[in-house]
Design a protein around this ligand. Structure first.
Ligand code: PMP
Length: 461
């Protein structure tokens, strides 16, 4: 077989891709007709495709490449670790330095008494771990009836059976008899489209109190945990009203249930603190991490567990683990990533430089005729496309049509933004500079202008 490299013509790579590669979250037939865009290289915040186009990555890959692409130090750390110890497991009374060092470093960074790490290969796997951890914890506490986990509609916690069950995506539940038993969902704190006439403050309280209602409906003695993302990411970067999280914390404390903060996106600097829980003042018992832990350079995730839960779990054999739990190469890469983040002050850069600069330009888009609202926490932003300026309403067209058209305009203008239904999202690498933010925003604005013209022409506005 002829070697398949970057040097093959785009059409040939696309044909091979269509013939053999099944893409996640994609209608593969449709993609095969159009041909995937082939990304060949990346550096900093820039991607390059097989046609030589330079694309600014407003999504940090999948919200993960926090330190930017192609850092030589990471390549060195990976190579060093592969030469020294490319793999060993931690199942049978052994350990290794990368896993030890990474767990210790995470414990140092994580707030409160989140001092223990169970490693996984991804965010989905870590959330599967969390389901088993939470349920096993209560069994060890001699409350085996506490097995129900409450999650949220339109939350995202991964694609495994457990992760997709915790998630509240109906389109995912429809494929594969989900959710698995013992997982229930409450409404999301999405004021813009669901808040009606309520103030954001009142709506935030009401949606938090839906948790208390659900606990009482199930019976507090049966509830193991509540899981949520500090800011819903894949659900559309939905920033809850300020009243929401304090009320959730009050309810969780009152009924003594475990709080699991899914920080797969919000962890490692995205919100301008090391963790989103710090930004929102939440005290979780367990945190899910992945993505920014390694800046996407290696697949690694985990559950950070508080002292009390870890001590309880430690009293028994936990019959759970992955071949790649604490994989030494992935752990060495994550450690190097965290070193870079600390030494280069990446979290401070988000808080003091990139966020304020982006905020000015992002919120200015609020004046655009196609934009209904803008939100930005740290470097995690979204805007609602609106068919009627000044009103919080949905498009009459199928949800996501306007968003998809806008995303296509972004893609055509060499800027990556994502759409979730009719919200547009950005989450650029955390190292993005003001000059790069200007390029990102100039292109995003042009894409919105073009989308506006196209939506009008197609009668969607
Ligand atoms: N939780 C959240 C909040 C996520 O955003 C994601 C991925 N987007 C996951 C879990 C799943 O992580 P992974 O894709 O690494 O399995």
């Amino acid at each position: 077989m002829r070697p398949i490299t970057n040097h093959l013509p785009t059409a040939e790579l696309q044909a091979l891709d269509a013939a053999h590669h099944m893409h996640p979250f994609t209608t593969n037939d449709k993609l095969a007709k159009k041909g995937a865009r082939i990304i060949t290289q990346a550096k900093g915040v820039w991607l390059k495709d097989s046609e030589g186009e330079e694309i600014i990555d407003g999504m940090a890959g999948l919200w993960c490449v926090n330190i930017g692409y192609a850092r030589e130090e990471i390549a060195e750390a990976a190579a060093r670790q592969i030469r020294e110890l490319p793999y060993y497991n931690t199942f049978f009374q052994t350990s290794h330095v990368p896993a030890i060092a990474l767990a210790a470093r995470i414990a140092e960074l994580a707030p409160g008494d989140l001092n223990h790490v169970f490693f996984a290969g991804s965010g989905s796997e870590a959330n599967d771990t969390n389901i088993r951890l939470a349920r096993h914890y209560w069994t060890l506490k001699e409350q085996p009836q506490r097995q129900v986990i409450i999650a949220r509609k339109n939350g995202y916690h991964g694609s495994t059976m457990g992760g997709a069950s915790l998630g509240g995506m109906v389109s995912m539940h429809e494929q594969g008899m989900l959710p698995i038993p013992g997982i229930v969902h409450i409404d999301q704190p999405y004021w813009y489209l669901e808040g009606g006439e309520m103030t954001p403050e009142d709506f935030g309280l009401a949606r938090a109190r839906a948790l208390e209602d659900k606990i009482l409906e199930i019976g507090p003695e049966k509830v193991a945990a509540f899981i949520a993302e500090p800011i819903q990411g894949a659900g559309g970067v939905i920033v809850p009203p300020a009243s929401y999280w304090p009320e959730i914390q009050r309810i969780v404390d009152k009924y003594g249930i475990l709080l699991i903060a899914d920080e797969v996106i919000t962890g490692f600097g995205r919100t301008g603190n090391w963790f989103g829980s710090q930004t929102f003042g939440i005290r979780p018992h367990i945190m899910t991490i992945a993505k920014g832990l390694s800046s996407g350079y290696a697949p690694i995730g985990g559950s950070i567990v508080c002292d009390e839960v870890a001590a309880t779990i430690a009293s028994d054999e936990f019959n759970h683990g992955y071949t790649y739990s604490g994989h030494p190469v992935a752990a060495a890469i994550a450690l190097e990533n965290l070193r870079i983040m600390e030494e280069e002050g990446v979290v401070e850069h988000v808080r003091d430089v990139a966020h304020p600069y982006l905020a000015e330009r992002w919120h200015a888009l609020g004046d655009h005729p196609l934009v209904g609202e803008t939100s930005l926490v740290g470097l995690m932003g979204s805007l609602a496309l609106t068919p009627v300026k000044g009103e919080r309403v949905r498009f009459a067209s199928e949800a996501g049509t306007a968003g998809f058209i806008t995303r296509e305009r972004c893609f055509a203008n060499n800027v990556i933004m994502r759409h979730v239904y009719d919200r547009m999202i950005i989450a650029p690498p955390l190292v993005i500079t003001p000059a790069e933010i200007d390029i990102l925003m100039d292109r995003a604005t042009k894409a919105l202008d073009e989308a506006y013209v196209q939506l009008k022409a197609e009668g969607l506005l």
